[in-house]
Design a protein around this ligand. Structure first.
Ligand code: SF4
Ligand code: SF4
Length: 425
């Protein structure tokens, strides 16, 4: 990081010693995973810069936004509509939780046998090392799984939490209920920001977030080519950065990158070899800086062509309709878009398995790797349905269960390599 941000971190109440330990781990990891890749697109430079300034410049921008009276809202799930927060002049940041931290403190308030993501978000707060967390005026939780639902009660002891109840079926009554949840959320956001959401502000915000999703779709379309112009690891990084970067700047940078990638495709400049197995990654989201499985796959001769995950297609594949005149009509379109997210909290969740079959065809995938976090019941159990459907369609699948630790890396690498050997072109 270029500047001295310590005074800013201190003013946010961070534990500087613990924070230093985190920063000392991140840059070497990033160097190994990202900077050693060959033949990277030049325009990845912006995303390297944003990652490098993850606790610096972006936090400074959020602080400036707050100094002008703006609010910052944190979220952990792609069910939280950014359109609503933005329409009230707020900034929504995805709180990452992709690294094991503060475990000793966490195990005082949570059971040991809980998924890494929940442990991580609680650890970030209890150990006071996340400047995003400390910037937040409000956290939005949800009831997607039991672990999160109960953990948010505890988190509410430290920071105000608004919990969205997520329907787990898609019947008409569930859709109506979800619309009502979003009406309540809109009111809460108006109260916290002190700003009324108008049809104009909501329409503008829908268009801006649609533009962000569209550019991510444009990027992903390019990954269908035989010549892959970008690695799966770089694509994942961009999908992770989408959750916290400035919306308009991010959209414009990804557009610029896509222009470079289109040229690379035309000139036949790929990051893959013609015989590299093409893999679709599916499962629980991979929050920054969780790149373990992607790195293992791509350092084993394969290439990832798509992420059927919340840090991936689930985040940007559907757009909100831009029709509608009143706030309620637009809110209904927002509700309709979000309820189609193929999260394993839904029962049944056939949309996800059908989508995987479609993606495997469109992206010419040779196999699918289903990765669940250990102790994540929804995804670990749903792996059974994924396996069954893919088997019916003759698509090879590898199921893995892991956490944020590195202890299983050797064993995972062996299993991934055996799978790649089996499906090799
Ligand atoms: S997997 Fe489900 S709970 Fe997790 S971020 Fe995605 S939608 Fe939310
Ligand atoms: S990974 Fe699974 S258990 Fe963990 S928060 Fe997400 S849905 Fe819940």
């Amino acid at each position: 990081m270029g500047n001295d941000y310590r005074p800013m971190w201190e003013s946010l109440g961070l534990d500087l010693e613990a924070h230093d330990q985190l920063l000392n781990v991140l840059p070497p990891t990033y160097g190994d995973v990202y900077l050693k890749q060959e033949n990277r697109p030049d325009k990845m430079e912006y995303f390297d810069f944003v990652f490098n300034e993850i606790h610096g410049l972006r936090i400074q921008e959020l602080q400036e936004h707050k100094a002008k009276g703006g609010k910052v809202v944190g979220a952990y799930c792609v069910f939280v509509p950014e359109e609503i927060v933005r329409a009230a002049g707020g900034v929504l940041v995805g709180l990452c939780s992709g690294v094991e931290i503060g475990s000793a403190q966490v195990e005082k308030v949570l059971p040991k046998n809980i998924c890494s993501l929940i442990k991580s978000f609680m650890g970030f707060k209890l150990a006071r090392i996340c400047p995003y967390f400390e910037c937040c005026d409000l956290i939005v939780g949800e009831t997607t799984c039991d672990g999160k639902k109960k953990a948010f009660e505890i988190l509410n002891d430290y920071v105000p939490v608004h919990v969205l109840e997520i329907p787990q079926m898609r019947r008409e009554k569930d859709r109506q209920f979800w619309f009502g949840e979003l009406q309540d959320f809109l009111k809460t956001v108006e109260e916290y920001t002190g700003n009324k959401i108008t049809p104009e502000s909501l329409r503008r915000s829908i268009k801006e977030i649609n533009a962000k999703r569209s550019v991510l779709l444009r990027l992903n379309e390019l990954r269908k080519n035989d010549v892959l112009p970008i690695s799966g690891k770089d694509s994942l990084l961009i999908e992770q950065i989408a959750m916290y970067d400035d919306v308009d700047r991010f959209t414009s940078q990804v557009n610029g990158l896509c222009e470079e990638l289109e040229t690379r495709v035309r000139e036949g400049k790929g990051v893959n070899k013609p015989d590299s197995p093409r893999i679709i990654l599916t499962g629980t989201p991979m929050a920054i800086p969780n790149w373990k499985v992607s790195h293992l796959i791509e350092s084993s001769s394969a290439i990832i062509v798509a992420e059927e995950m919340c840090t991936g297609l689930r985040y940007f594949e559907n757009l909100v309709s831009e029709e509608g005149e009143s706030v309620d009509q637009m809110l209904k379109s927002i509700a309709d878009r979000y309820i189609e997210t193929n999260c394993a909290c839904f029962t049944p969740n056939e949309g996800r398995t059908e989508e995987l079959v479609r993606l495997a065809k469109e992206y010419k995938a040779d196999g699918v790797i289903n990765c669940s976090l250990i102790f994540c019941d929804p995804y670990m159990i749903e792996a059974n349905r994924v396996e069954k459907t893919l088997k019916d369609h003759g698509i090879p699948l590898l199921r893995i269960e892991t956490d944020y630790g590195q202890e299983d890396s050797g064993q995972l690498k062996t299993r991934i390599e055996a799978f790649l050997e089996m499906i090799k072109r």
